[in-house]
Design a protein around this ligand. Structure first.
Ligand code: 5GP
Length: 186
């Protein structure tokens, strides 16, 4: 596999900026859930790095769980918004204060679908924390309670986000060089 440098056009959000923002988000969530039960739900795999850093900035006791989904796409790799659960949560969320931790909200279709599913399980509350928000690409309006960065309509990778499953390990968010890599839905 080539070095990520091959595909990087620019660093959009450097490591330090990410970490500072995550600290702020952690403080906000800690304030909002002070004295309350808190359960973080992460959608595999993109949100994992964000989740583990965010957890370290949340000072109220909390539990975590994971789910995995796959998108039905017709002949492409992009999420169509129709999601199928490939790995369910381990624990029941009924009566819990759930915060869904996401890497990126793009069209909003995936998130809308997941929120619909989780709502049927009767959590006490259900909020969303996303690191990145590609607001101008929204097709389905979704409530975002905590947002790290609103970013332009560019295909990004690193910090949990992949290019064909690679480079999730990078500590920053980079923009892909579209001369070298064709994003899934372009
Ligand atoms: P949606 O369009 O349903 O909001 O987003 C679906 C999924 O597409 C996201 O959860 C994410 O996995 C993927 N995605 C959207 N934009 C990007 C991007 O810029 N880079 C990467 N690596 N994945 C993206």
């Amino acid at each position: 596999m080539q070095s990520y440098h091959e595909f990087l056009s620019e660093v959009l959000i450097p490591e330090q900026e990410l970490q500072e923002k995550i600290q702020q988000l952690g403080e906000e969530i800690s304030h909002d859930y002070n004295g309350q039960d808190l359960h973080l739900v992460c959608i595999l795999r993109g949100g994992v790095m964000f989740l583990t850093d965010l957890m370290r900035e949340i000072t109220v006791p909390h539990s975590i769980d994971f789910m995995a989904i796959s998108s039905y796409g017709v002949g492409d790799r992009q999420a169509s918004g129709h999601v199928r659960l490939t790995m369910d949560l381990r624990d029941d969320i009924q009566g819990r204060n759930v915060v869904l931790v996401e890497d990126i909200v793009d069209s909003g279709n995936t998130l809308a679908s997941v929120l619909g599913l989780l709502a049927t399980r009767k959590p006490a509350s259900l909020k969303v924390c996303t690191l990145l928000d590609k607001a101008e690409r929204r097709e389905t309006e979704v409530p975002l309670d905590y947002v790290g960065f609103v970013i332009p309509n560019k295909y990004v990778f690193g910090y949990g986000l992949d290019l064909d499953e690679y480079y999730r390990e990078l500590p920053f968010i980079g923009v892909v060089n579209e001369d070298r890599y064709t994003p899934p839905d372009s």
